[in-house]
Design a protein around this ligand. Sequence first.
Ligand code: PAF
Length: 272
Amino acid sequence: MQVITEITQLRKALSSLRQGSIALVPTMGYLHEGHLALVAAAKAQNDTVVMSIFVNPTQFGPNEDFESYPRDLARDSKLAAEAGVDFIFAPSVEEMYPVNGSVVLQAGAMASKLCGASRPTHFDGVVQVVAKLFNIVQPTRAYFGQKDAQQLAIIETMVRDFNFPIEICAVPIVREADGLAKSSRNVYLTKEQRDKAPAIYKELTRLQQGKQTREATKEAIERATGGKIDYLTKLAYPDLTEPTASTKRFVLAVAVFVGKTRLIDNIIWEVV
Ligand code: PAF
């Protein structure tokens, strides 16, 4: 496995491999089993796997955790090599954003709901960096976790709207044994918060199964975790609009502040 930090070097390394399929697994590093599940899916379907590791400043708001976001390239490189990644692309901020660009991409109406309501610039930053990564790597397929359901829906829409010749592959949420969705941010939780956090998925499941109301679910999550609900919303998926009588596919999504840590989770399902 090679770790590459410059765009020109990566393009050179990939130029002789373009006869085969190339997978991109975009990450912000601090890898966990959720990321490794993306790599496993990518390896199963492609000849070459590129993982990008870049904590993208443009998707963090002014008071968010950009500075403190966990970073450990040595640890990530070891895990990625063991998982069979061929290239890590780990650019600096200057390499990705050498100038303050004047042409911008905007994620649009889908970005104003769910996480976008409290993180108004987040998805503009996500589409900016993902579009850049797509142009830099020019992958055959790109892999995203279903845990970030809104991000996945927005990226699928961007690919459709801007004709990126890339297949977007969604990989199911990877959970701890007690149900908590794996996340790089779980390391922020104290032991007590971590022990209580599985209540989020447990209560979300009860709501999805019609065993309790939305209000009761909010109360149960806040009581069990000592946290504060940011949103608990059911929408049509992947268009993220209000469900109608003809909606067949849904997302039930939740975000909870447990202490200062914002945890997200969701369930996506279809009715026939
Ligand atoms: O999901 C993430 O880790 C990030 O939002 C992504 C897609 C790597 C873009 O920075």
